[in-house]
Design a binder for this molecule. Structure first.
Ligand SMILES: [Zn+2]
Length: 343
Protein backbone atom coordinates (compact mmCIF):
# COMPACT_ATOMS: atom_id res chain seq x y z
CA UNK A 1 0.00 0.00 0.00
CA UNK A 2 3.05 2.27 0.27
CA UNK A 3 2.79 2.80 -3.47
CA UNK A 4 -0.47 4.68 -3.08
CA UNK A 5 1.08 7.85 -1.69
CA UNK A 6 3.58 8.10 -4.52
CA UNK A 7 0.85 7.33 -7.05
CA UNK A 8 -1.35 10.06 -5.61
CA UNK A 9 1.48 12.58 -5.80
CA UNK A 10 2.25 11.57 -9.36
CA UNK A 11 -1.36 11.87 -10.43
CA UNK A 12 -1.49 15.35 -8.92
CA UNK A 13 1.53 16.36 -10.99
CA UNK A 14 0.22 14.91 -14.21
CA UNK A 15 -3.02 16.79 -14.52
CA UNK A 16 -3.85 17.60 -18.11
CA UNK A 17 -6.78 19.46 -19.57
CA UNK A 18 -8.94 17.52 -21.95
CA UNK A 19 -12.16 18.64 -23.57
CA UNK A 20 -15.11 19.81 -21.55
CA UNK A 21 -14.66 17.33 -18.73
CA UNK A 22 -12.04 19.56 -17.14
CA UNK A 23 -8.77 18.41 -15.60
CA UNK A 24 -8.23 14.69 -15.73
CA UNK A 25 -5.56 12.66 -14.02
CA UNK A 26 -3.29 10.46 -16.08
CA UNK A 27 -4.70 6.97 -16.14
CA UNK A 28 -3.08 4.04 -14.50
CA UNK A 29 -1.52 6.16 -11.81
CA UNK A 30 -4.81 7.62 -10.63
CA UNK A 31 -5.06 7.27 -6.86
CA UNK A 32 -6.82 4.25 -5.49
CA UNK A 33 -8.16 3.87 -2.00
CA UNK A 34 -5.46 3.00 0.44
CA UNK A 35 -6.81 4.63 3.52
CA UNK A 36 -5.21 7.87 2.31
CA UNK A 37 -7.86 9.15 -0.02
CA UNK A 38 -11.51 9.76 0.68
CA UNK A 39 -14.09 7.82 -1.29
CA UNK A 40 -17.04 10.18 -1.12
CA UNK A 41 -20.41 9.50 -2.70
CA UNK A 42 -21.97 12.90 -2.09
CA UNK A 43 -20.87 14.27 -5.48
CA UNK A 44 -22.70 11.53 -7.37
CA UNK A 45 -26.24 12.10 -8.62
CA UNK A 46 -28.85 10.66 -6.29
CA UNK A 47 -31.73 8.87 -7.96
CA UNK A 48 -33.95 11.94 -7.47
CA UNK A 49 -31.28 14.24 -8.93
CA UNK A 50 -30.92 11.92 -11.92
CA UNK A 51 -34.65 12.00 -12.59
CA UNK A 52 -34.74 15.78 -12.21
CA UNK A 53 -31.88 16.15 -14.71
CA UNK A 54 -33.56 13.82 -17.20
CA UNK A 55 -36.77 15.85 -16.94
CA UNK A 56 -34.85 19.10 -17.37
CA UNK A 57 -33.24 17.76 -20.54
CA UNK A 58 -36.58 16.40 -21.78
CA UNK A 59 -38.09 19.87 -21.44
CA UNK A 60 -35.11 21.44 -23.26
CA UNK A 61 -34.54 18.92 -26.04
CA UNK A 62 -37.14 18.49 -28.74
CA UNK A 63 -35.64 15.23 -29.98
CA UNK A 64 -35.54 13.58 -26.57
CA UNK A 65 -38.42 11.51 -25.21
CA UNK A 66 -38.51 10.07 -21.72
CA UNK A 67 -40.33 6.85 -21.01
CA UNK A 68 -40.90 4.99 -17.74
CA UNK A 69 -40.24 1.31 -18.45
CA UNK A 70 -41.12 -0.10 -15.03
CA UNK A 71 -40.35 0.17 -11.34
CA UNK A 72 -37.62 -1.13 -9.07
CA UNK A 73 -38.30 -3.40 -6.09
CA UNK A 74 -38.62 -0.29 -3.90
CA UNK A 75 -40.91 1.45 -6.38
CA UNK A 76 -38.54 3.84 -8.17
CA UNK A 77 -39.56 4.56 -11.77
CA UNK A 78 -37.00 3.21 -14.24
CA UNK A 79 -36.29 5.57 -17.14
CA UNK A 80 -35.47 5.18 -20.80
CA UNK A 81 -34.17 8.24 -22.67
CA UNK A 82 -35.02 7.91 -26.38
CA UNK A 83 -33.81 9.67 -29.50
CA UNK A 84 -35.65 8.02 -32.37
CA UNK A 85 -35.41 10.01 -35.60
CA UNK A 86 -36.19 7.30 -38.10
CA UNK A 87 -37.25 3.71 -37.40
CA UNK A 88 -35.20 2.62 -40.43
CA UNK A 89 -31.98 3.89 -38.85
CA UNK A 90 -29.77 1.55 -36.84
CA UNK A 91 -30.41 1.68 -33.09
CA UNK A 92 -27.98 1.50 -30.18
CA UNK A 93 -28.80 1.02 -26.50
CA UNK A 94 -26.52 2.24 -23.73
CA UNK A 95 -27.22 0.57 -20.39
CA UNK A 96 -25.74 1.73 -17.08
CA UNK A 97 -25.73 0.72 -13.44
CA UNK A 98 -27.22 -2.74 -13.48
CA UNK A 99 -24.83 -2.85 -10.56
CA UNK A 100 -25.73 -0.04 -8.19
CA UNK A 101 -22.19 0.71 -7.01
CA UNK A 102 -20.86 1.40 -10.52
CA UNK A 103 -22.09 4.94 -10.97
CA UNK A 104 -19.59 6.93 -13.05
CA UNK A 105 -21.07 5.27 -16.13
CA UNK A 106 -24.38 6.91 -15.28
CA UNK A 107 -22.66 10.25 -14.68
CA UNK A 108 -21.13 9.91 -18.15
CA UNK A 109 -24.44 8.90 -19.73
CA UNK A 110 -26.06 12.04 -18.31
CA UNK A 111 -23.28 14.18 -19.78
CA UNK A 112 -23.79 12.42 -23.11
CA UNK A 113 -27.54 13.18 -23.03
CA UNK A 114 -26.77 16.85 -22.35
CA UNK A 115 -24.35 16.90 -25.29
CA UNK A 116 -27.01 15.41 -27.58
CA UNK A 117 -29.03 18.56 -27.00
CA UNK A 118 -26.36 20.78 -28.52
CA UNK A 119 -26.30 21.82 -32.15
CA UNK A 120 -23.18 19.91 -33.11
CA UNK A 121 -24.80 16.52 -32.49
CA UNK A 122 -27.95 16.91 -34.57
CA UNK A 123 -26.30 15.26 -37.58
CA UNK A 124 -25.52 12.20 -35.47
CA UNK A 125 -29.14 11.98 -34.39
CA UNK A 126 -30.20 12.01 -38.05
CA UNK A 127 -28.28 8.77 -38.64
CA UNK A 128 -28.77 6.66 -35.51
CA UNK A 129 -31.51 6.01 -32.97
CA UNK A 130 -30.12 6.26 -29.45
CA UNK A 131 -31.61 4.65 -26.36
CA UNK A 132 -30.17 5.21 -22.90
CA UNK A 133 -31.24 3.33 -19.78
CA UNK A 134 -29.37 5.06 -16.98
CA UNK A 135 -29.30 3.53 -13.49
CA UNK A 136 -31.25 0.30 -14.01
CA UNK A 137 -30.69 -0.46 -10.31
CA UNK A 138 -31.65 2.69 -8.35
CA UNK A 139 -32.26 0.75 -5.11
CA UNK A 140 -28.69 -0.55 -5.13
CA UNK A 141 -27.40 2.88 -6.15
CA UNK A 142 -29.14 4.54 -3.22
CA UNK A 143 -28.37 1.75 -0.75
CA UNK A 144 -32.12 1.26 -0.28
CA UNK A 145 -31.79 -2.50 0.08
CA UNK A 146 -32.92 -5.25 2.44
CA UNK A 147 -29.44 -6.26 3.58
CA UNK A 148 -26.67 -4.62 5.57
CA UNK A 149 -24.08 -2.28 4.05
CA UNK A 150 -22.42 -1.36 7.33
CA UNK A 151 -18.94 -2.55 6.30
CA UNK A 152 -18.93 -0.45 3.10
CA UNK A 153 -16.08 2.03 2.68
CA UNK A 154 -17.44 5.23 1.15
CA UNK A 155 -18.43 8.31 3.09
CA UNK A 156 -20.84 10.96 1.90
CA UNK A 157 -24.20 9.98 3.31
CA UNK A 158 -25.14 6.97 1.27
CA UNK A 159 -23.76 3.59 0.37
CA UNK A 160 -24.00 2.07 -3.10
CA UNK A 161 -24.13 -1.68 -3.64
CA UNK A 162 -24.03 -4.14 -6.54
CA UNK A 163 -27.26 -6.08 -6.12
CA UNK A 164 -30.86 -4.92 -6.17
CA UNK A 165 -33.00 -4.59 -3.05
CA UNK A 166 -33.71 -8.35 -3.08
CA UNK A 167 -29.93 -8.97 -3.08
CA UNK A 168 -30.08 -10.34 -6.62
CA UNK A 169 -27.36 -9.63 -9.19
CA UNK A 170 -29.36 -8.20 -12.12
CA UNK A 171 -26.59 -9.12 -14.54
CA UNK A 172 -27.15 -12.79 -13.78
CA UNK A 173 -30.92 -12.54 -14.37
CA UNK A 174 -31.08 -12.19 -18.15
CA UNK A 175 -32.40 -15.71 -18.76
CA UNK A 176 -34.88 -16.16 -15.88
CA UNK A 177 -35.81 -12.45 -15.75
CA UNK A 178 -37.21 -12.74 -12.24
CA UNK A 179 -36.48 -9.25 -10.91
CA UNK A 180 -38.69 -6.27 -11.80
CA UNK A 181 -35.71 -4.27 -13.11
CA UNK A 182 -34.66 -7.04 -15.50
CA UNK A 183 -38.23 -7.64 -16.61
CA UNK A 184 -38.72 -3.94 -17.34
CA UNK A 185 -35.60 -3.91 -19.50
CA UNK A 186 -36.58 -6.97 -21.50
CA UNK A 187 -40.32 -6.35 -21.86
CA UNK A 188 -40.26 -2.63 -22.48
CA UNK A 189 -36.91 -2.03 -24.17
CA UNK A 190 -35.35 -5.16 -25.69
CA UNK A 191 -38.62 -6.51 -27.11
CA UNK A 192 -40.10 -3.17 -28.05
CA UNK A 193 -37.36 -1.48 -30.07
CA UNK A 194 -35.41 -2.95 -32.97
CA UNK A 195 -32.02 -2.69 -31.31
CA UNK A 196 -28.86 -3.46 -33.30
CA UNK A 197 -26.14 -2.64 -30.79
CA UNK A 198 -25.83 -2.45 -27.03
CA UNK A 199 -23.03 -1.31 -24.73
CA UNK A 200 -23.45 -2.50 -21.15
CA UNK A 201 -21.42 -0.20 -18.92
CA UNK A 202 -19.91 -1.35 -15.62
CA UNK A 203 -17.05 -0.78 -13.21
CA UNK A 204 -14.58 -3.42 -12.04
CA UNK A 205 -11.92 -3.51 -9.32
CA UNK A 206 -9.22 -0.83 -9.25
CA UNK A 207 -6.16 -3.08 -9.58
CA UNK A 208 -6.52 -4.61 -13.07
CA UNK A 209 -3.62 -4.11 -15.43
CA UNK A 210 -2.54 -4.84 -18.99
CA UNK A 211 1.11 -5.00 -19.95
CA UNK A 212 2.08 -3.96 -16.43
CA UNK A 213 0.06 -0.77 -16.41
CA UNK A 214 -3.25 -0.28 -14.61
CA UNK A 215 -6.12 -0.15 -17.08
CA UNK A 216 -8.72 2.60 -17.36
CA UNK A 217 -11.14 -0.16 -18.35
CA UNK A 218 -11.59 -3.44 -20.14
CA UNK A 219 -13.89 -4.61 -22.91
CA UNK A 220 -15.35 -7.89 -24.06
CA UNK A 221 -17.70 -9.16 -26.78
CA UNK A 222 -20.12 -12.10 -26.31
CA UNK A 223 -18.31 -15.33 -25.49
CA UNK A 224 -21.17 -17.83 -25.54
CA UNK A 225 -20.79 -20.43 -28.32
CA UNK A 226 -24.45 -19.84 -29.24
CA UNK A 227 -23.95 -16.33 -30.59
CA UNK A 228 -24.54 -15.83 -34.31
CA UNK A 229 -21.22 -15.14 -36.09
CA UNK A 230 -22.56 -11.96 -37.71
CA UNK A 231 -23.74 -10.68 -34.33
CA UNK A 232 -20.33 -11.43 -32.84
CA UNK A 233 -18.62 -9.61 -35.70
CA UNK A 234 -20.81 -6.57 -35.01
CA UNK A 235 -19.77 -6.73 -31.36
CA UNK A 236 -16.13 -6.86 -32.32
CA UNK A 237 -16.57 -3.83 -34.59
CA UNK A 238 -18.30 -1.96 -31.78
CA UNK A 239 -15.34 -2.83 -29.56
CA UNK A 240 -12.93 -1.64 -32.23
CA UNK A 241 -14.59 1.78 -32.35
CA UNK A 242 -14.33 2.02 -28.56
CA UNK A 243 -10.72 0.85 -28.47
CA UNK A 244 -9.65 3.30 -31.17
CA UNK A 245 -11.39 6.18 -29.38
CA UNK A 246 -10.01 5.43 -25.90
CA UNK A 247 -6.72 3.55 -25.99
CA UNK A 248 -4.62 6.09 -27.93
CA UNK A 249 -5.54 8.92 -25.55
CA UNK A 250 -3.13 9.79 -22.78
CA UNK A 251 -5.63 8.79 -20.12
CA UNK A 252 -7.06 5.63 -21.70
CA UNK A 253 -5.56 2.14 -21.46
CA UNK A 254 -7.80 -0.82 -22.21
CA UNK A 255 -7.46 -4.52 -21.54
CA UNK A 256 -9.49 -7.50 -22.63
CA UNK A 257 -11.93 -8.41 -19.89
CA UNK A 258 -11.91 -11.99 -18.67
CA UNK A 259 -15.56 -13.01 -18.52
CA UNK A 260 -17.69 -16.15 -18.56
CA UNK A 261 -19.93 -17.59 -21.24
CA UNK A 262 -23.17 -17.79 -19.18
CA UNK A 263 -26.21 -16.37 -20.95
CA UNK A 264 -27.54 -15.05 -17.64
CA UNK A 265 -25.06 -12.21 -18.31
CA UNK A 266 -26.45 -9.50 -20.60
CA UNK A 267 -23.41 -9.46 -22.91
CA UNK A 268 -24.14 -13.10 -23.80
CA UNK A 269 -27.87 -13.54 -23.21
CA UNK A 270 -29.05 -10.43 -25.06
CA UNK A 271 -26.77 -11.20 -28.01
CA UNK A 272 -28.29 -14.69 -28.34
CA UNK A 273 -31.93 -13.91 -27.54
CA UNK A 274 -32.32 -10.81 -29.70
CA UNK A 275 -29.42 -10.97 -32.13
CA UNK A 276 -28.03 -7.70 -30.76
CA UNK A 277 -24.30 -6.99 -31.06
CA UNK A 278 -23.27 -6.37 -27.46
CA UNK A 279 -20.17 -5.01 -25.79
CA UNK A 280 -19.27 -5.06 -22.12
CA UNK A 281 -17.22 -2.10 -20.92
CA UNK A 282 -15.80 -2.32 -17.40
CA UNK A 283 -14.43 0.98 -16.13
CA UNK A 284 -11.78 1.06 -13.43
CA UNK A 285 -12.84 1.16 -9.77
CA UNK A 286 -16.21 1.20 -8.03
CA UNK A 287 -18.04 4.02 -6.28
CA UNK A 288 -18.42 2.01 -3.06
CA UNK A 289 -17.63 -1.49 -1.80
CA UNK A 290 -16.51 -3.32 1.31
CA UNK A 291 -13.27 -4.30 -0.46
CA UNK A 292 -10.51 -1.68 -0.49
CA UNK A 293 -9.04 -2.93 -3.77
CA UNK A 294 -12.36 -2.43 -5.56
CA UNK A 295 -13.04 1.23 -4.81
CA UNK A 296 -11.36 4.24 -6.31
CA UNK A 297 -11.15 7.74 -4.90
CA UNK A 298 -13.05 10.50 -6.61
CA UNK A 299 -9.88 12.12 -7.95
CA UNK A 300 -10.26 9.59 -10.76
CA UNK A 301 -13.84 10.57 -11.54
CA UNK A 302 -12.87 13.08 -14.24
CA UNK A 303 -11.17 10.71 -16.65
CA UNK A 304 -13.60 7.87 -16.01
CA UNK A 305 -16.64 10.03 -16.76
CA UNK A 306 -14.81 11.33 -19.82
CA UNK A 307 -14.11 7.72 -20.85
CA UNK A 308 -17.85 7.01 -20.76
CA UNK A 309 -18.79 10.14 -22.72
CA UNK A 310 -16.08 9.46 -25.31
CA UNK A 311 -17.25 5.86 -25.70
CA UNK A 312 -20.87 6.82 -26.20
CA UNK A 313 -20.12 9.67 -28.59
CA UNK A 314 -17.64 7.70 -30.70
CA UNK A 315 -19.93 4.70 -31.14
CA UNK A 316 -23.03 6.78 -31.87
CA UNK A 317 -21.07 8.71 -34.51
CA UNK A 318 -19.57 5.57 -36.10
CA UNK A 319 -23.01 3.99 -36.42
CA UNK A 320 -24.62 7.20 -37.68
CA UNK A 321 -22.07 7.74 -40.45
CA UNK A 322 -21.67 4.05 -41.24
CA UNK A 323 -17.94 4.01 -40.53
CA UNK A 324 -18.42 1.19 -38.01
CA UNK A 325 -18.63 -1.13 -41.04
CA UNK A 326 -14.94 -0.43 -41.71
CA UNK A 327 -13.80 -0.91 -38.11
CA UNK A 328 -10.76 -3.18 -37.95
CA UNK A 329 -11.41 -6.09 -35.58
CA UNK A 330 -8.05 -7.85 -35.76
CA UNK A 331 -6.86 -6.02 -32.62
CA UNK A 332 -9.01 -8.46 -30.63
CA UNK A 333 -6.58 -11.25 -31.57
CA UNK A 334 -3.67 -9.50 -29.91
CA UNK A 335 -5.33 -7.48 -27.13
CA UNK A 336 -3.96 -8.91 -23.89
CA UNK A 337 -6.31 -10.13 -21.22
CA UNK A 338 -6.08 -8.03 -18.10
CA UNK A 339 -4.65 -9.46 -14.92
CA UNK A 340 -4.85 -8.29 -11.32
CA UNK A 341 -1.86 -6.40 -9.92
CA UNK A 342 -0.43 -8.23 -6.96
CA UNK A 343 0.37 -6.29 -3.80
ZN1 LIG B 1 -20.99 -4.41 -12.96
Amino acid sequence: MRKTLAAAALAGALVVTAGTAGPVAAVGEGPGYGGNETVNTSILHTYDQLVAELKTQDAKQERLDLEVIGQSVKGCDLYLAKYISNPDNPTILYLTQQHGNEQLTTEGALEFIKHLGTGKNQGVLDGVNILVVPMLNPDGAMGDVDFSLEDYIASGGRHLTRNNANEVDLNRDHVAKVEPETRALHNNVMRKYGIDYMIDLHHQGAQSERDGRLVSGSILHPTTPNVDPAVLEGSKKLGAVVFDAIDPTGWGHLGKYVGGSAETISRNGIAVEYGISTLLFEMRGMSDHYREDYVLGQKSNGYLIKQTVTTLEATARAIADGSIADAETSFWDTLAEQNTRSE
